[in-house]
Design a protein around this ligand. Sequence first.
Ligand code: HXC
Length: 257
Amino acid sequence: AEYETILVERRDAVTLVTLNRPQALNALNSQVLADLIAAFAAYDADDSQRCLVLTGSEKAFAAGADIKEMSGQGFAEMYGSNFFGGWEKVTATRKPWIAAVAGYALGGGCEVAMMADFILAADSAKFGQPEIKLGVTPGMGGSQRLARAVGKSKAMEMCLTGRMMDAAEAESAGLVARVVPAAGLIDEAMKVAAAIAAMAPLAAIANKEMVNAAFETTLAQGVTFERRLFHGLFGTEDQKEGMAAFVEKRPGKWTGK
Ligand code: HXC
């Protein structure tokens, strides 16, 4: 197989990536990270692929970073290898991707789900940052992304107690976009992904870039960034096509140019 710890399947314009370490509840070790970096880079570089879904198993999206791999390491090794630093290669993905979460999304599992453009959750999903119970903290961006997603109070309570949040709470807190019955999770995620994949590709990247800018900048700068990208799309064929198609009451045919 192409990868050791993940399964990759292309269905039309959608790439489905399934974490596949069932014996460890998809715990995220270095090999998983290496496989995901390669798979996401291949997705980003493949013009035939327009959206990606990352999922786990029914029982666990991922039960965290691999505790057994980390436990013996010291500061010099962690700092020297910039342990977890590779995840920024995953978050550098320019094209859209969705996390489809069933079962446990704990620690690093919750953190990876929060790296996605959005989370679709099964009603069986459970989110948590239990690192405090191991004597540490989140290390893949969880404290920052959880605080941005659900606000200080809930993020602080989750990190300080290590408790789990169920799907209903995650939805009402704004952590996930939508909750669906567990049996239909993958179908629904693939359907949403196919809908995104059918949009003008440059507009998809631009929409993603500008929503992400909201987490990095002031309102005035973010609005200017949005405006300039919006202006820029008027230099594309797909803007002409999209607006002509509307006027002519037909679906747009995109070129990605
Ligand atoms: C390594 C793990 C693992 C993990 C589970 N396993 N989670 N291995 N790292 N994070 C392994 C178990 O050791 C076990 O292997 C097998 O997966 C099945 O797990 P069980 O515990 O037997 O299953 P269950 O009783 O159903 O309990 C499920 C669970 C529990 C509640 C999710 O596994 C659990 O609490 N896992 C750890 C959750 C956690 O603390 N995550 C945060 C990790 S730290 P064997 O060989 O015994 O069958 C992290 C932080 C990153 O992510 C940032 C800095 C540290």
